[in-house]
Write a protein that binds this ligand. Structure first.
Ligand code: M6R
Length: 608
């Protein structure tokens, strides 16, 4: 939800800011802009639309200067337009600000500032910030930013520059991510690591309410009372290539193909045949596990769908009740949680505002929190009691793929860890699941090897306007994810239903030619699913079934079948989701959609 960058160094800031923004476009792409200090003047260039529009504008009128800030926007307050694009300036042009987050009390602040004679030109919440900094500015930018920030309610990562202090960049964060990059006599701020990886791998991970003051002589970290903060430098272990397309046309396709490796990496050193499940990063003791009587899984979007699989798996292997909830719902009801509840929070980015709020709410109610996240140092990872990282590597495409399958792996690991500690299943059963888990990377490769079949099917159906996804048990959980993937990147309307539920209403929508994608991987449920498929084919539906090798009887009932390598039922989602990801991808391509940056979306949703 918006990406910000900033630079202080000896080189021209403009190309460095633009390169950083290009790595953050996944966070929003409604508009882009930069502000650069040239001697005692701030020059701003910004415009609606993708970064390439800004690049075009800049190529005609390059901005000079070695200190600057930049922004790529996902619009919340105010439509995408040139005027609403960031950076925003104070009315006299001496202060310029980029902002990721939402200022909740902006209308009160705006009115107050208007009463003091300030004039506003945009519809954004952000514009109050440069005006406030300007109001408090008395020759000391750091002091003015601190005073301004103390008046803000909401979430923010800010980069602020001032033409009267031309060598300085001040930044601060609260509930929106921000890192500081430390180069050789050059310093950076950014919303995410890929933005600075071509320049440095040494970074500071900022905590809430920490300020950064950058000048050519270095970086100073301050707490909100003005005292200096000392912190360790974090060394990023992955390199810039991990955040490039690596020969694929789109990040999404690259990330789909990275799944076998991501699955393997997430299991490495945690699942070994000759050792119990080892979770170095989870400190929960056997006694604490004994004390737990209920598990909650809370997440958003794709991560929530992984949570639904988690419910089936944990209830089956650990025999404990599991509730799954959408974070934005969870936080505003009265969930029954206490110190005997284990909370599993799932978030690829570790920055999703609703998920973070749910985490805080559960901690406040005494629950123990385990986070499953992909981003080291993210807010979720820092606030949870325990963290299980998914080692998927950076996921850039807005549509989540490799994060989902690694979240599933993390869930299997947690379920086995609990089952092992509570003796809810035998050692033989645990070993059998471990053996099957370790085979998953190869099975995932096999599914990818069959991608042409999906490609051909996509070519037949890409003009459809409505699609149904059906499944029972874990196939229903995967149907939800398949439907979300299709909607978000191809803009085709689709619904996911539990196979047995369709006849309670939605079957009225099935007519001649309606396309239905049916998952039938669960051994005990295949026959039931075939009956549900017959219910729709009888009414004219065209059905593509996804089933495991050997279930050939399904061929008589459907129009096409994709066979998946046989895996244990509880592990089937890891392989059965891949054809659905590919289907969404190929349909999106055929329709000419922007696969990696679908309309109206952003990768990480750091606002409510
Ligand atoms: O970073 P998170 O896992 O917390 O993100 C949650 C959702 O916003 C995310 O999974 C979203 O649904 C994806 N775009 C789906 O592909």
């Amino acid at each position: 939800m918006c990406g910000i960058v900033g630079f202080v160094g000896k080189k021209d800031a403009s190309p460095i800011l633009i390169e950083g923004l290009s790595k953050l476009e996944y966070r929003g792409y409604d508009s882009a802009g930069v502000a650069i200090i040239d001697n005692d003047h701030i020059n701003v260039m910004k415009c609606k639309g993708r970064l390439k529009n800004l690049q075009k504008k800049l190529s005609g009128h390059p901005l000079k200067g070695i200190v600057g800030i930049g922004h790529t926007r996902w619009a919340t307050h105010g439509k995408p337009s040139d005027l609403n694009a960031h950076p925003h300036n104070s009315q006299d042009g001496i202060i310029s600000v980029v902002h990721n987050g939402i200022i909740e009390n902006y209308s009160q602040l705006r009115e107050w500032l208007i009463s003091k004679g300030y004039k506003f030109v945009s519809e954004t919440d952000t514009e109050v910030i440069p005006q406030l900094v300007n109001y408090f500015y008395n020759g000391d930018l750091v002091e003015a930013v601190m005073k301004a920030v103390s008046k803000l309610r909401g979430s923010y990562a800010l980069g602020v520059i001032c033409s009267k202090e031309p060598g300085k960049l001040v930044a601060v964060r609260k509930d929106s991510p921000l890192i500081v990059g430390l180069g050789e006599g050059e310093y950076y701020i950014a919303s995410d690591i890929p933005a600075i990886l071509n320049h440095t791998r040494e970074i500071y991970l900022l905590n809430n309410n920490e300020f950064v003051v950058i000048t050519e002589s270095g970086v100073k970290l301050l707490s909100d009372d003005g005292s200096e903060v000392k912190k360790d430098i974090y060394h990023v272990t992955w390199n810039a290539n991990a955040a490039e397309k690596g020969g694929f046309e789109h990040f999404m396709m690259k990330e789909i193909h990275e799944q076998p490796k991501a699955i393997k990496d997430t299991m490495t050193s945690r699942i070994m045949m000759d050792k119990p499940i080892t979770l170095d990063d989870i400190k929960i003791t056997k006694d604490e596990i004994k004390n737990i009587d209920k598990i909650y899984i809370v997440a958003c979007g794709t991560a929530y769908h992984a949570g639904i699989v988690g419910k089936y798996v944990i209830e089956k292997l650990v025999g404990m009740p599991v509730e799954v909830d959408i974070a934005s719902e969870f936080r505003y009801r009265e969930p029954i949680i206490n110190e005997r509840t284990l909370m599993i929070i799932i978030s690829q980015s570790g920055e999703t505002a609703d998920t973070l709020a749910a985490l805080r709410e559960s901690k406040a109610r005494g629950a123990r929190v385990i986070a499953i996240t992909n981003v080291v140092g993210s807010s979720v990872s820092r606030e949870a009691d325990d963290v299980l990282y998914t080692w998927a590597g950076p996921e850039i495409a807005v549509a989540s793929t490799k994060a989902y399958v690694t979240q599933l792996i993390a869930i299997y690991i947690i379920a086995l860890f609990f089952a092992q500690n509570k003796n809810t299943i035998s050692k033989e059963e645990i070993d059998e699941i471990k053996r099957e888990l370790l085979r998953l990377p190869i099975k995932a490769e096999e599914v990818l090897g069959n991608k042409e079949a999906i490609h051909e099917f996509a070519a037949k159906i890409f003009k459809e306007e409505d699609l149904f996804f059906l499944g029972r048990g874990l196939d229903y959980a995967v149907a939800l994810e398949g439907s979300l993937k299709l909607k978000e990147i191809s803009y085709i309307h689709s619904e996911a239903y539990a196979g047995g539920e369709l006849k309670h209403g939605p079957i009225a929508l099935i007519e001649d030619g309606t396309v239905v994608i049916a998952g039938a991987t669960q051994e005990k449920l295949v026959e039931k699913m075939i009956s549900n498929i017959k219910e729709v084919t009888t009414r004219g539906a065209k059905v593509l079934a996804l089933t495991s090798e050997g279930n050939n009887e399904i061929e008589e009932t459907v129009d096409s079948v994709i066979y998946l390598p046989k895996v244990m039922d509880i592990l089937a989602p890891v392989v059965s989701v891949i054809p659905l990801q590919l289907l969404a991808y190929y349909i999106s391509i055929q329709k000419g959609c922007d696969v990696d940056k679908p309309r109206n979306l952003a990768k990480s949703v750091t606002v409510e």
